[in-house]
Design a protein around this ligand. Structure first.
Ligand code: ATP
Ligand code: MG
Length: 454
């Protein structure tokens, strides 16, 4: 089976055929929870071990913190795949089954709607995985009863009330439209809970893995905390459900520190970018799998990809996207010659041009550029409280420069920490790193240069 592709039209597929590939070796989709996904994921053995052991241990639910595009979803997919594989091979007694879909926090939904969605997913997953569950559990629910619930008009029609995750946001869709009976009153939740207790009578028996991905989509840590505190008792405290929560930009780190969530969520597994060496392997494997013929030449080979990865401050998703953009450009310009050296040279020209164009399109004052360059030298991350390091007397004095950089999409600012606004993180975007490349004599960031030398 090939890498799972997002839906693409025929012309896009033909681009890859022109290079001798069945499909894009640079797809930015997370690696799937399959044997092939396990093969494609590199450099994450320690993190997989950490995550799998936290899932198996029961008690606090595991959490993952890591920049966007660093590989959180891929990591958890492969960890889940391995737990299942070990169970099937008889090496583990614990059966862990991921629900069919990951959940994303949605500001405009209610807690009840979220709970309802989760319970529907559980019921749907029980049906899908029924043969395995029946073998595993001494007593399994009656599948006809589950189907009857899922198709029952009263369940489908709603019965939703409750409060919103978001605070004071003025969103009111459906909040009290159904007034009276909540979804919980319909009996579905207690029925599903009974099924869960039958299927997973002990922590050692396993459970369904439920994932809330991209918690940073909520704009403030308060919203994230509200969501998690609201689902603490109805969802985080249920036999047979193991939760994995993922977030970027510090949202996970600050959220788990809520006293109300203590004893429910473990400290985050902090994901670092995969190493320079691993990334070459990652691309080599993709090229092998996607190549239609052994002689197919990838537009961006492993070594070129390594330097691109460093230039973009080791962000895998951005590097893959850039490799994809370059491939389209080669194809558009009729330059798909199949010559690896020529591709490497053209890539340098292309990237330099991209960097120069982005740089010249950005109009900023000298002081703001200085903040930008200092930020890059510090590794691309700071907080408003670090103003003195940038030679300002106060956060207020630094703020307009940060705002200007944000407007030019050279930096982004993390979700706000309500308790301490100075704990916000300012970090450079991929466009920022590209522009920095042009401003810095076409060198990758200093920290990656040092690491690459070791
Ligand atoms: N360890 C790895 N080895 C090989 N490829 C990887 C690895 N980790 C991630 N990838 C690839 O990098 C890209 C980004 O990964 P993924 O979607 O898992 O990141 P993420 O942290 O979940 O991002 P987001 O925060 O945007 O959800 C994907 O194309 C994925 O296939
Ligand atoms: Mg993800």
């Amino acid at each position: 089976m090939g890498i799972r592709l997002p839906s693409v039209d025929r012309n896009v597929i033909f681009v890859w055929h022109a290079f001798g590939f069945r499909e894009s070796p640079y797809t930015t989709e997370p690696v799937p929870a399959t044997e092939e996904g396990d093969h494609l994921l590199v450099g994450r053995e320690d993190d997989i071990r950490k995550l799998a052991s936290r899932i198996l241990a029961g008690g606090n639910h595991p959490t993952i913190e890591g920049d966007n595009g660093i590989g959180k979803t891929s990591l958890l997919q492969v960890a889940c795949y391995r737990l299942r594989r070990d169970f099937e091979a008889g090496q583990s007694q614990a059966l862990f089954i991921p629900l069919r879909n990951l959940f994303q926090p949605n500001e405009a939904s209610t807690v009840d709607e979220f709970i309802k969605k989760v319970y529907f997913e559980i019921a749907g997953t029980i049906i899908e995985e029924y043969p395995t569950l029946r073998k595993h559990a001494s007593k399994a629910p009656d599948i006809k009863e589950i189907e009857a619930w899922l198709t029952s008009p009263i369940l489908r029609s709603g019965g939703v009330n409750g409060s919103f995750f978001g605070v004071g946001g003025g969103v009111s869709r459906g909040a009290s439209a159904n007034g009276g009976s909540g979804f919980a009153d319909l009996g579905f939740i207690s029925t599903v809970d009974a099924w869960l207790r039958q299927l997973f009578p002990t922590v050692q028996a396993g459970g369904f893995i439920c994932v809330i991905d991209n918690l940073e989509l909520l704009e403030t840590t308060r919203q994230a905390r509200n969501l998690l505190e609201a689902i603490r008792d109805p969802l985080l405290n249920r036999r047979g459900l193991r939760w994995i929560l993922c977030g970027a930009r510090g949202i996970m780190r600050t959220t788990v520190s809520s006293p109300r969530l203590a004893g429910r969520l473990s400290d985050p597994i902090e994901l670092a970018p995969i190493s320079h060496d691993c990334v070459a392997d990652a691309i080599r494997k993709r090229i092998e799998i996607c190549g239609q013929r052994p002689s197919a030449t990838a537009p961006v080979g492993p070594e070129t990809f390594q330097s691109l990865y460093d230039i973009l401050n080791r962000n895998l998703r951005h590097a893959l996207k850039s490799a994809q953009d370059f491939s389209f450009w080669l194809h558009d310009e009729n330059l798909a010659s199949g010559d690896a050296n020529e591709y490497a040279n053209l890539f340098e020209v292309w990237l330099t041009t991209q960097a120069d164009q982005n740089h010249t399109q950005t109009a900023l004052g000298n002081r703001t550029w200085q903040v930008f360059d200092d930020l890059a030298e510090r590794g691309g991350r700071c907080s408003p409280g670090d103003f003195a390091d940038f030679d300002f007397n106060s956060t207020t004095a630094m703020r307009p420069h940060v705002k200007a950089l944000e407007q030019e999409n050279l930096v982004a600012i993390s979700a706000e920490d309500d308790a301490d606004k100075r704990r916000k993180t300012i970090y450079m975007t991929s466009r920022g790193w590209l522009v920095r490349y042009a401003r810095n004599g076409y060198q990758p960031p200093a920290w990656t240069r040092e690491l690459a030398r070791l």
